[in-house]
Design a protein around this ligand. Structure first.
Ligand SMILES: NC(=O)c1ccc[n+]([C@@H]2O[C@H](COP(=O)([O-])OP(=O)(O)OC[C@H]3O[C@@H](n4cnc5c(N)ncnc54)[C@H](OP(=O)(O)O)[C@@H]3O)[C@@H](O)[C@H]2O)c1
Length: 344
């Protein structure tokens, strides 16, 4: 099993989650020592055939090229999960890490499946992920979903034990609403471990975290908000529109239907016009809007080197306040509570 990956001693910056946002600096994940580029790399696409078309439209060679391009562009935070491609995402990432020897932070996730009702299941899942990733220690280990048959106290205690045992370094959660986040942070702290991240759906086309209390709770507790689906699964790239619907099973979801594609047009138009001022693409502008916010990191999913290079170009420059305000206004219809908010 390989060594830990985040090799150089991390330079601690941007520890205050309420600091004025600058999309040109690395950020610290919560109270951890993980200092990362605020543009990370999402790897659900790696090995997932059914939703994303891995093995049909793109393959392991594209993934290797995406990895190399990401590293060359300075991206150093990779997000995976045991369920992505039934472990294939972790395997592919592990292979790239082993091949390249790159120093990056690796985040993975534990899925609280209904058949996992014993503490031993947590330890087993961590071991399996470490094996697939070929790492001794997983830098950030997140609970993928808030519902679990295993009592919260037991699950979090097991994660705290795994930190103590050096199997994982830091603990995060995902899809947690504000109340659950506060309770989880309190419980974990009672075992002497801080909660450092909450990974939620956040983009110009899903601004629920701004009004359901999640961003506020993250800032108050010094927890980094890791924005997943930051490009609304491709909608914010501007490559889809009425008459230009994507292929693939995953793209049958409602947001890619004609009516919704029409609604999105003003947002894409604004992204395009603002991008022209900076020689940036709509996707890069959409990602910059996210990472200019205090305590927010974005993990766009990539399938190939071009995606990785393009997404890295969202970093190192900043929208003006007026441009960000224009994007706030044009995306205001998406500043509403999500369907699952009451539940989460
Ligand atoms: N915690 C959770 O519950 C959860 C849920 C979902 C995702 N995630 C994580 O978040 C990551 C990102 O979310 P996501 O994959 O759902 O959505 P996303 O990042 O919004 O969209 C990714 C898709 O957008 C397209 N794309 C990406 N970069 C592009 C570029 N520069 N130019 C043009 N197209 C580009 C690609 O799809 P096409 O080429 O097919 O258009 C890519 O598959 C995932 O990989 C995963 O790691 C976590």
């Amino acid at each position: 099993m390989a060594r830990n990956r985040l090799c150089p001693p991390p330079r601690v910056v941007a520890r205050n989650p309420g600091r004025p946002a600058i999309a040109t600096e690395p950020v610290c994940i919560g109270r951890s020592d993980l200092v990362v580029n605020p543009i990370g790399v999402g790897t659900w696409q790696w090995g997932d055939r059914r939703y994303w078309g891995y093995g049909i439209d793109y393959d392991a060679e594209d993934i290797a090229a995406a990895f190399d391009a990401a590293i060359a562009a300075g991206l150093n935070f990779f997000d995976t999960a045991e369920i992505y491609g039934r472990g294939e995402s972790e395997r592919l990432l592990g292979r790239q890490l082993e091949r390249s020897g790159a120093c990056v932070a690796v985040a993975s996730k534990y899925m609280p499946l209904p058949n996992r009702f014993s503490a031993a299941a947590v330890a087993g899942a961590i071991d399996a992920s470490r094996r697939r990733l070929e790492v001794r220690t997983i830098d950030l280990y997140q609970v993928h979903w808030p519902f679990s048959l295993l009592r919260k106290g037991v699950l979090l205690r097991e994660l705290a034990r795994a930190v103590e045992g050096g199997l994982i370094r830091w603990v995060g959660v995902s899809n947690y609403g504000a109340g659950r986040l506060r309770r989880a942070a309190r419980l974990l702290a009672s075992y002497g471990v801080p909660l450092v991240a909450n990974q939620v759906n956040y983009s110009l086309l899903n601004r629920a975290p701004e009004i359901n209390g999640v961003i506020a709770a993250c800032r108050e507790l010094d927890i980094t908000l890791i924005a997943y689906s930051p490009l609304a699964q491709g909608l914010l790239t501007g490559k889809y529109g009425p008459g230009k619907r994507p292929d693939g099973a995953g793209k049958t979801v409602s947001k890619f239907r004609g009516h919704d594609l029409v609604r999105v047009e003003p947002v894409v138009r604004a992204l395009r016009e603002i991008g022209l001022q900076h020689q940036k693409s709509p996707a890069q502008v959409a990602l910059n809007w996210l990472i200019r916010q205090p305590g927010v990191v974005a993990i766009p999913g990539v399938k190939n080197a071009a995606h990785a290079r393009s997404n890295a170009g969202a970093y190192g420059w900043s929208l003006s306040d007026a441009e960000a305000q224009r994007l706030n206004e044009v995306s205001a219809p998406w500043r509403k509570r999500g369907l699952l908010d009451r539940l989460l």
